[in-house]
Design a protein around this ligand. Structure first.
Ligand SMILES: Cc1cc2nc3c(=O)[nH]c(=O)nc-3n(C[C@H](O)[C@H](O)[C@H](O)COP(=O)(O)O)c2cc1C
Ligand code: SF4
Length: 250
């Protein structure tokens, strides 16, 4: 690859240091591979640990819950190679990032969830402001694995809901209708003949009705909890809509 990549283009290697599966890659093997890759002209290493087969076990989860959990392993890598190394893995605060650089655990700091939790992390590192820290709940990871899109539990509720809505909208089956209802009173619109003509013709299709303001929720949706994205159908003529999902997220 080094020979094929044009000069001046950096070639990085995502280096798995520990797989934590039977007969999987361990630290020593990974360090030996790194030394060979360095000889081949790799420009930087970005280490990681765990795979989908191991990272949800209780031992690995406990290890990966530690702030800067790659600290010792990247230090070991730094002692083996001269190639720049990115240290990442719950580098929660700018102070911790400085600490890792000062002790030589890495040449650069990598921020994953940390940066998604607080997109202003870098500006705050410069200005000295307090960052919003990642709680390691892995809601985001679960959602990405299930192809539901990245949402962080620490984002403001409205941002979470909007992202969720965008994701649903982007992924929705084109045979389905999406009705955005700004207020409960708009349900009247669904009773018009023009609206009825737009209802899904396919038996499997589902109509989605979204209320933009929770305060507007109609009588029949009262039983739904505030965080619930679905409720039971409201009373009235609009309740007769075939196969309808009611969203009261906003
Ligand atoms: C939602 C999500 C998706 C990720 N996808 C990948 C991936 O495709 N490949 C990879 O090597 N690492 C992936 N990672 C791991 C991150 O790149 C990063 O190494 C890890 O989250 C540790 O850094 P952090 O604590 O700052 O998030 C993913 C992590 C998350 C949370
Ligand atoms: S959802 Fe949880 S793990 Fe993911 S970035 Fe937000 S706080 Fe961190």
């Amino acid at each position: 690859m080094r020979r094929r990549v044009p000069a001046g283009v950096l070639l990085g290697w995502r280096l798995l240091l520990r797989e934590w599966v039977p007969d999987g890659i361990g630290l020593e093997e990974a360090l030996a591979l790194a030394a060979r890759l360095e000889a081949e002209g790799v420009d930087y290493f970005s280490p990681s640990v765990g795979t989908y087969h191991s990272m949800f076990t209780s031992e690995v989860r406990a290890f990966m819950a530690l702030p800067a959990y790659l600290r010792q392993d990247t230090l070991a890598l730094k002692q083996r190679v001269r190639t720049p190394v990115i240290v990442s893995g719950r580098v929660l605060t700018p102070a911790l990032a400085e600490e890792l650089l000062a002790e030589g655990a890495g040449d650069l700091v990598g921020l994953g969830r940390v940066l998604r939790t607080d997109p202003a992390w870098v500006q705050k590192a410069r200005s000295g402001g307090a960052v919003r820290t990642c709680r390691n709940c892995n809601l985001c990871l679960r959602r990405v694995v299930l192809d539901q899109g990245f949402v962080c539990m620490r984002w403001p509720h409205l941002t979470q809901s909007r992202t969720d809505f965008e994701q649903r909208f982007l992924k929705r089956d084109l045979d389905r209708n999406l009705w955005v209802v700004a207020a409960a009173a708009d349900l009247d619109v669904l009773q018009t003949s023009a609206a009825a003509a737009m209802l899904p013709a396919q038996p499997a299709a589902v109509t989605s009705v979204l209320f933009l303001r929770p305060g507007d929720r109609p009588e029949g949706l009262r039983s739904a909890s505030p965080d619930s994205s679905r409720g039971s159908p409201p009373s009235g003529a609009a309740a007769g809509l075939p196969k309808t999902r009611w969203f009261i997220k906003f």
